[in-house]
Design a protein around this ligand. Structure first.
Ligand code: DOR
Length: 426
């Protein structure tokens, strides 16, 4: 299945010299050649998934994740390309740090890593980082993710630069005055648990501001982890007006609600994430937004933390979900329940993020492009066991859940970087 070409067929995918060579019924023609054969009968074979939003934690937080462990977890989740956020230590706000990440990724990573640079120096939110230097060193976008760009003038300057450079500004929309002290969605569940809530207005107010700034500057605005029905409505309206805006949504915001925060023992800090899990109505609006093209892509926001970090009372625990390894299984739930068709799901993980990156060579099976391939079994059921994660981050609210749909192999740059023991080579 290749949404970039509207392709849905049964056949053989031939890879030669690291590139897609051909697709068809030509395996017999290959029998005399020394080819390695992966038997993907009954499985889906599609372009390698692209994640435009994840946290690899290196440099600075290697106890949570490294580029080595994070890219292996990404591969296990079906991703052949990941874009890493700059909330590291030091943050990715100079060309040197970009080069460091690229060199570690080249030596220790197993999938393609594309770094995102900071909007502000030190992610401190007051002074613009050297966006020119960052773009020359190869970042694919700018973001202070984890923090919003609260200063409207700074956001405006970043979007002005975006218009010139063509690189998007990804904002984590959160009005900190409105969300201050909040640890989960504002509403009935927070009231019941006695926790301070984060209102939907905290996200929507900054999003509305950013839409006005994108209108004025014509810079490329991208909204990270959209979580509310109101945000989807604002983005829909902005797109209808021709404003240059794109948006992403996470697997957890598409499949879980605030109810997940409650557990039999009280609460689960593994459900604490920013933006917070919202309501059923929000989830339905996000799925509809995805289906209708209001939300362009699915991104994991893989945010690994150590067990010790999360073993806290709810208010003190850090926000974040380790998302690579459960992404496909969670998302296939939408397909199995008839809420999203398989071709659209794959497009949101391949064609759409490639288009966001303006990379015609990624997210496609077009002949001659680099061989990034994801193979998954849509029907296999498995139980999530964080102890088996490749990621150092075991922080998932899905421990013990049964998911239907599992990644079986990933080829990145022509190399098999992950294969499940159940897949046959013959
Ligand atoms: O839940 C989150 N975790 N949201 C963010 O915006 C940042 C991320 C992190 O870095 O842990």
């Amino acid at each position: 299945m290749d949404p970039s070409q509207g392709m849905d067929m049964i056949g053989d995918l031939i890879i030669a010299e690291g590139c897609i060579a051909s697709i068809g019924h030509n395996r017999d023609a290959m029998s005399s050649e020394p080819y390695q054969v992966l038997n993907a009968e009954g499985m889906v074979v599609c372009p390698g998934f692209i994640d435009i939003h994840c946290h690899l934690r290196q440099p600075g937080f290697e106890e949570k994740e490294t580029i080595a462990t994070g890219t292996r977890a990404a591969a296990r989740g079906g991703f052949a390309t990941v874009c890493c956020m700059p909330n590291t230590n030091p943050p990715i706000d100079t060309g040197d740090t970009v080069e460091y990440i690229m060199s570690v990724a080249a030596n220790e990573g197993v999938v393609r890593v594309l770094p995102i640079g900071c909007v502000s120096k030190g992610r401190a939110g007051s002074e613009l980082a050297d966006l020119g230097e960052l773009s020359t060193s190869g970042v694919i976008a700018f973001s202070d993710d984890g923090n919003p760009v609260s200063d409207s003038s700074l956001m405006r300057q970043a979007l002005e630069f975006s218009r010139v450079s063509g690189l998007p500004v990804i904002n984590h929309c959160e009005d900190l005055n409105l969300s201050s002290g909040g640890v989960m969605n504002e509403g009935a569940v927070a009231n019941r648990l006695g926790f301070k809530g984060m209102p939907v207005a905290a996200e929507e107010r900054m999003l509305a501001r950013d839409i006005e700034l994108a209108r004025a500057t014509e810079g490329r605005l991208h909204i990270a982890h959209v979580s509310t029905a109101g945000s989807a409505a604002l983005i829909r309206h902005a797109k209808e007006e021709g404003i240059p805006i794109t948006a992403e949504v996470t697997p957890h915001h598409l499949t879980l609600t605030e109810e997940r925060v409650m557990s039999h023992s009280g609460y689960d800090t593994n459900s604490k994430v920013n933006p917070p899990l919202r309501t059923y109505r929000d989830v339905q609006a996000l799925i509809a937004g995805l289906r209708e093209g209001v939300i362009d892509a699915i991104a994991t926001d893989h945010a690994p933390h150590t067990i010790e970090d999360k073993m806290y009372e709810f208010t003190g625990a850090p926000f974040g979900i380790s998302g690579f390894e459960t992404a496909l299984g969670s998302l296939m739930g939408l397909v199995h329940r008839g809420e999203l068709d398989l071709m659209t799901l794959i497009a949101k993980l391949t064609r759409e993020p490639a288009s966001f990156l303006r990379r015609a060579d990624l997210g496609t099976f077009e002949a001659g492009t680099v061989a990034d391939v994801t193979i998954f079994d849509p029907n296999v059921e498995w139980v999530v066991d964080p102890d088996n994660f490749v990621s150092k981050g075991r922080n998932t609210p899905l421990a013990g859940s049964v998911l239907k749909g599992k990644v079986m192999a990933v080829i990145a740059g022509g190399e098999i970087v992950y294969s499940n023991s159940a897949i046959r080579f013959n």
